[in-house]
Design a binder for this molecule. Sequence first.
Ligand SMILES: O=C(O)CCC(=O)C(=O)O
Length: 310
Amino acid sequence: MSIAMTPQQREDFDVKGFIVLEEFLAAEELTRLLDAVDEVAARVRRQEGLGPNDPFAVRNALAHHEAFLDLIDHPRMLPLVVDAIGWNIQIRTTHLDCRPPYPADLQAGAVGLGDGADNEVGYRNVLWHPDLASDYLFMAPSLDGRLPFMEIKVFYVLSDLSEPQSGNLWLVPGSHLRSPDELAEMGRRVDPDEALELRLRPGAAVLWRTAVWHCVGPNVSLRTRKVMHVGYHYRWLRPTDYISQDQALIERSSPIRQQLLGALPGSGHPLGDNPEVHPSSQYWITKDPDDVPLRAWAAAQVDSLQTQLA
Ligand SMILES: O=C(O)CCC(=O)C(=O)O
């Protein structure tokens, strides 16, 4: 039973591979996030020696500001996340992307081809790709050549991306059902009729399967592109952004947040009572419900819905 996903959203998620949620963030949430982006941007620019017009991205963004951290268990998004991927999950990555407008004389490269003058000077012209299948990472485990379902991301639009060519996220609806090899064989050139440039206002969110082919278009608008992606995957996979999160952060977090931060509760051995002879990773075999508090949380949501419907 779904906790929050409507039948239409379920169909969008399964068939197109993504769900668009316009006006998802409340005005105060958006303001807080934009202030956080400014604060983090100033710090990163200082630390990395970047100028005010240099693009940059930050990974493990949740560790950089409380406003970003609060997105991982956002009370209206978490139910949709659990409906999409289940409760046995943790954060794989959180990334912030800030991409100022191109200088007037900079030629925008073609969408999704990963080259062009913009790419050469650091405005990443992100190639069409599904996540977890790039050849420089690994050719991911395949299911008849297709990617198995391993993860989702939530894309939060913080700046105005409602006009074309503002650094928009592009998607190929339904491509999570196609093989990454097909994209490679196409020379990563996607038929424009198949590609969708998401044009979204600040505060929108998109819950998407990262196996959907996607890329980022050039930003020839006059505004800086500011977006966040919050990625969730299964607890038995390894995160990209951290081995373990900061201990002080884990200690001050709720049990559900600790789970999402990839932590295990208690002081026992993570391989169980008999780690020498019968190691049994708590990330795999969850005998103790405290290992995965999202499970009880999801069950309680379902119970409450059933009571309301009875
Ligand atoms: O929107 C972005 O900046 C990056 C999107 C992307 O390529 C990804 O999340 O893998």
